[in-house]
Design a protein around this ligand. Structure first.
Ligand code: ZN
Length: 311
């Protein structure tokens, strides 16, 4: 039996902001073409996702914000944030579908149906508890963490190699000692959302549990290789019971909206090392979420590299 599940569903393609938008609905097809070309569908368990319930969404988001998205979703007009994230008809259901995909993958891991999983159109790390941001309507990472806590887990690791800082996850759990956080991203002085300075290490009970590593524009895989061991050492200190990897492909060279210069091998190595760490910790649980990535060829190569290295 294969130990890796991948969520493959046309439902995920409904989450996109129109042709021509960096986060367009064609991102899923770009991934699936490469995924098939490498023979991966035969080597993994294909998972059909469910949608997320309102109660699950409420475990992370405020009721007022959910109502706001529901209204904009019905009218199909206006913006969901200050300008990056337009509403479209059915955006509520599409975004709940992304959260459902992440929860389906997480449940498959927790039930032992698989050991590791990947969800391509997920990892929407900018959404806050009470607002949309940066193409992210509902924060599937945040809902997943809340659900794992409800399931009784005491320590959950969130690792983020997307070019943008995972601010929606970071600030929601900044004081939460159940969340071990590590985020490599382009320095906020040069890229949205501007946060994630190295001095941001967590507050209160979680002081010292959050690792933010801002990288200068142009950082390549040598820079990654120099800082990655620090991430692994940070995670090991807390022996997390579940590892989430947000593997945004916008940190690759040639992305149209960022300035890092990683190669797909970086994403593969991150997946491989975290899978090895999870095995070392005795549970094997790794959930990889696609994240950003606006150069279609880049996201196809980075994400298939992640799947190959989870196998
Ligand atoms: Zn990003």
């Amino acid at each position: 039996m294969t130990s890796v599940a991948v969520v493959v569903s046309e439902r995920l393609a409904r989450y996109g902001f129109g042709e021509g938008h960096p986060f367009g609905p064609d991102r899923l097809a770009a991934f699936l073409r490469e995924f098939s070309a490498r023979g991966l569908p035969q080597r993994v368990r294909l998972l059909e996702p469910r949608t997320a319930s309102d109660e699950e969404l409420r475990s992370f988001h405020t009721p007022e914000y959910l109502e706001f998205v529901r209204e904009r979703s019905a009218s199909g007009s206006g913006l969901l944030d200050a300008g990056d994230t337009p509403a479209f008809k059915g955006v509520y259901e599409a975004a709940a579908g992304v959260v459902g995909a992440t929860l389906s993958a997480q449940e498959a891991i927790m039930s032992g149906e698989c050991r590791r999983a990947f969800v391509p159109i997920a990892g929407l790390h900018h959404a806050a508890r009470d607002r949309a941001a940066g193409f992210c309507v509902f924060n599937d990472c945040g809902v997943a963490i809340e659900q794992l806590k409800r399931a009784g887990l005491k320590s959950i690791a969130y690792v983020d190699i997307d070019a943008h800082h995972g601010d929606g996850v970071f600030y929601a759990f900044e004081e939460d000692a159940a969340v071990v956080f590590a985020d490599l991203h382009e320095d906020g002085r040069y890229l949205y959302p501007g946060t994630g300075a190295s001095a941001e290490t967590g507050r209160g009970a979680a002081r010292g549990m959050k690792l933010n590593v801002p990288l200068p524009p142009g950082s390549d895989e040598q820079v990654f290789a120099a800082v990655w061991p620090t991430v692994l050492a940070h995670l090991k200190r807390f022996s997390p019971e579940f590892i989430i990897l947000q593997c945004g492909a916008d940190s690759l060279e040639g992305d149209p909206i960022t300035h890092l210069r990683f190669s797909p091998a970086v994403h593969g190595r991150a997946a491989r090392d975290l899978a090895a760490l999870a095995e070392e910790l005795g549970h094997g649980r790794v959930l990889a979420l696609g994240g950003g990535g606006y150069n279609r060829s880049n996201l196809a190569h980075a994400w298939t590299s992640v799947v190959e290295n989870l196998l």
